[in-house]
Design a protein around this ligand. Structure first.
Ligand SMILES: [Zn+2]
Length: 439
């Protein structure tokens, strides 16, 4: 039996990969309608496709949308109890970085054998990673940490996940004696702008189950996301010369104000956490004749989601009654749903992840994400995809940091997962062969 562990050299190479990837600017753009939203994301995608080829993935390819696909074929010997029975497993990470924080010119700082205490970032002395604000720093004493210089984000979200998957693929290439089923790799674009699966072709990807490496803390597995809708409230008033407006003017601005004023305080993002739902007015624009108001609606159950939407409608009806002559419409649009609904239909995808974490000697921590992932959409597109930690901390900020040891554990857990899938496939019926063809 091959011991599933990265050695010192594997770790060194993973660090080198990560440092190389974060220096490629791959910010996505929420205002762009192109795919990918920024061409520069392909600069990293191209590198990854090339590196995958060098690691022996002959079909590695970058498509027109900047997605990278590759296969590590199954290597179970003839006559192996699981031969032809192991489902193809997908490993997925995203190449783009968050649009709201500077992502160009990243200068990664490597701190070896972190001794504890605060870390002052060298490019901006006001940026200090305080041990008091980052309880995970205490868990990482003695680790190799990577930060930015304090003037940009680091991009561990999600280049840590990318480097971990690349390291797992490199490890598989180096250990042909380790037996596994078909592995499909995908690196996606535009996750940060909510369009990471827009052009993802689940059928041609050919994986039966998948995992994103896009979480945060060691040993965390996430199988729940929000149920998410957006609501557009349009207020149509009636404009009249204000000098002669008595009894005639219907001011859409005041109507909008009355709606915002009545939103229940206990269901706002700034007053909720854990499993509480919220209704968030995040964009209001217009004038006396017409105001458009945009809301995010979020909850872990569809029932609570619809309760928030009903409360918005009730407020609108009440306010309409106070402003005769106004017309207010509410349009709700579905964004994504909690992937737990889908994963519950075939929970082994989650159970095997827990088992893989235990094989690292860790207790798995099951978490719910107050947000969405590519995996949430993929799960509803037919590919169940829980999320595994990637190690990054303080995502989306110039104080982002990551521990190389937590990254190594993430790479190792994917290898354990492959072993778990093989073992549980022994004695099962034959699975449909993965297509294994990248587009
Ligand atoms: Zn991410």
């Amino acid at each position: 039996m091959t011991a599933i562990a990265l050695d010192a050299n594997d770790r060194k190479q993973m660090l080198a990969r990560f440092v190389r990837y974060v220096q490629v600017d791959t910010q996505s753009d929420e205002n762009s309608t192109a795919s990918p939203s920024t061409e520069k994301q392909k600069n990293l995608a191209r590198v990854l496709a090339e590196e995958l080829k060098q690691l022996g993935c002959r079909d590695a390819v970058m498509d027109d949308w900047g997605y990278v696909y590759a296969t590590v074929p199954a290597n179970l010997p003839k006559g192996h109890a699981a031969e032809g029975k192991v489902p193809a497993i997908g490993l997925i990470a995203h190449v783009d970085t968050y649009h709201g924080t500077l992502g160009a010119g990243v200068k990664p700082q490597v701190i070896e054998a972190y001794q504890g205490g605060d870390i002052v970032l060298p490019g901006d002395a006001r940026q200090v990673l305080r041990a008091a604000d980052n309880p995970n720093l205490a868990r990482c004493k003695g680790h190799t940490l990577i930060t930015s210089d304090g003037t940009t984000l680091l991009g561990a979200d999600d280049k840590a996940g990318v480097a971990e998957i690349m390291t797992a693929v490199a490890w598989l290439a180096k250990h042909p004696e380790f037996h596994h089923g078909p592995v499909r790799v995908a690196f996606t674009t535009d996750e940060e702008v909510g369009r990471g699966t827009e052009h993802f072709d689940v059928a041609s990807f050919g994986a039966q189950y998948a995992y994103t490496l896009d979480g945060s803390d060691l040993a965390e597995i996430e199988d729940e996301t929000f149920c998410a809708d957006s609501a557009l409230v349009v207020v149509e008033g009636h404009d009249v010369h204000p000098g002669y407006a008595k009894g005639k003017l219907v001011n859409a601005v005041r109507v909008a104000g009355a709606i915002v004023e009545r939103l229940p305080r206990e269901f706002l993002p700034e007053s909720t956490d854990q499993r509480q739902p919220y209704l968030h007015p995040y964009d209001v624009r217009g004038d006396v004749t017409r105001v458009e108001m945009k809301f995010l609606v979020r909850a872990f159950t569809e029932e609570e989601l619809h309760q928030r939407e009903e409360s918005l409608r009730a407020i609108v009806r009440e306010v309409e009654g106070l402003f005769p002559g106004v017309r207010v419409t509410v349009q709700v649009k579905e964004s994504y749903r909690n992937m737990a609904y889908k994963i519950a239909q075939d929970p082994k995808v989650l159970e095997y992840a827990f088992e893989a974490v235990r094989r690292l000697g860790l207790e798995p921590v099951r978490r719910a994400i107050r947000g969405g992932t590519d995996g949430a959409r993929l799960s509803f597109m037919g590919l169940l995809t829980p999320n595994i930690w990637a190690g990054g901390q303080s995502f989306h900020s110039v104080q982002e940091w990551v521990s190389l040891e937590w990254m190594a554990k993430a790479a190792e857990v994917t290898l354990h997962l492959l072993a778990v899938w093989v073992e549980h496939s022994e004695g099962q019926g034959r699975t449909q062969k993965a297509t294994g063809t990248a587009r």
